[in-house]
Design a protein around this ligand. Structure first.
Ligand SMILES: [Zn+2]
Length: 319
């Protein structure tokens, strides 16, 4: 991702090339190849949103390139003392006012692209006051072009620093109901059955898997009981998060440990679905919970901050 972001900062890259780069990145993320045309679980524009807004904070290179090229536009407005500015003033702008300059039809593609970036950024921002700023930050203007996005309540819990990265990704899909459950697959004709692979009794959808299925309900109850939290196991992930953020009176550290444990439950249940389908193996609840405790403890022990209080450290050590 960083390579074209770097070059997009230095050169005007044709839109077709940037779209191809996005296509390759998108394919690689979802399929591990570069030329697969399968539909993606999450739209690219949503993945470019900030993590707080529910995205992955990937760089939208089309907007990044416009913001980067806009720095040239700003340099012209600031009448910077360099050879290129003198050259464009003498060849293209001449006596015209740069803020009101309209690009002629018989000029080069590069100059048209620079003028187009001026119009696009002014349209996104609603005015051209940015041309008068003393300092131009590409990153700041790029963020402005993304616009205001609604913050997602679950984002804080999903991107909790104690969550293991691969757990975060599966959880991120789960809270948006984008995992390929059997109900979803049978709806599009990929699977011939929609029965839950863990219990074979109900339709396998997000609501059932997290956490109405007797397997997952028992897993989450055991894990929360391990953390001294009572839970009836009937509601879903988002309700559980609300409960932890709200009435649960634990310290910030204990909440973070709980978020990491919930992320691990979701991941391990999904992994069980995977092994049930591909390997015909379902790990027992006891085995799943034991595995979870060990990976959560190992993860948090590795990255635990030294600022965690002694009472929280003792609580964690006794888990
Ligand atoms: Zn089930």
């Amino acid at each position: 991702m960083s390579i074209h972001v770097y070059w997009g900062q230095l050169f005007i890259i044709p839109t077709g090339v940037l779209k191809e780069v996005i296509s390759v990145c998108r394919c690689f993320l979802w399929t591990g190849t570069y030329n697969n045309t399968k539909a993606c679980a999450i739209a690219w524009a949503d993945m470019c949103k900030t993590k707080k807004a529910g995205g992955l904070a990937l760089r939208d290179v089309l907007k990044w390139n416009t913001a980067a090229v806009s720095k040239l536009v700003w340099s012209i407005a600031q009448k910077k003392d360099n050879l290129w500015i003198k050259w464009v003033n003498s060849i293209y702008i001449k006596e015209s006012n740069w803020r009101e300059y309209v690009v002629p039809s018989n000029v080069s593609w590069t100059w048209k692209s620079i003028c187009k970036a001026k119009e696009e950024l002014s349209n996104w921002l609603g005015n051209d006051l940015w041309l008068t700023y003393n300092v131009f930050s590409i990153k700041k203007h790029y963020v402005n072009t993304l616009g205001q996005a609604t913050a997602q309540q679950w984002a804080y819990s999903v991107w909790n620093r104690y969550n293991i990265p691969k757990h975060r990704f599966i959880l991120w899909l789960a809270v948006q109901d984008r995992l390929k459950t059997r109900e979803r697959l049978s709806r599009i004709g990929v699977s011939d059955s929609d029965r839950c692979l863990l219990c074979q009794q109900h339709s396998e959808n997000m609501d059932h898997l997290f956490f109405r299925c007797h397997f997952s309900a028992q897993c989450i109850r055991d894990v929360l009981s391990w953390l001294n939290i009572t839970w009836n196991g009937r509601a879903g992930i988002l309700q559980l998060y609300r409960r932890i953020r709200g009435p649960y009176a634990g310290t910030k550290f204990r909440k973070h440990v709980t978020f990491a444990a919930i992320a691990a439950v979701v991941y391990l249940i999904w992994k069980n679905i995977y092994s049930a389908y591909w390997e015909d193996v379902i790990h027992t609840i006891a085995c799943t919970v034991k595995n979870l405790k060990s990976i959560v403890k190992a993860r948090i022990s590795q990255i635990m901050s030294s600022k965690v209080s002694h009472s929280d450290q003792n609580w964690f050590a006794n888990l």
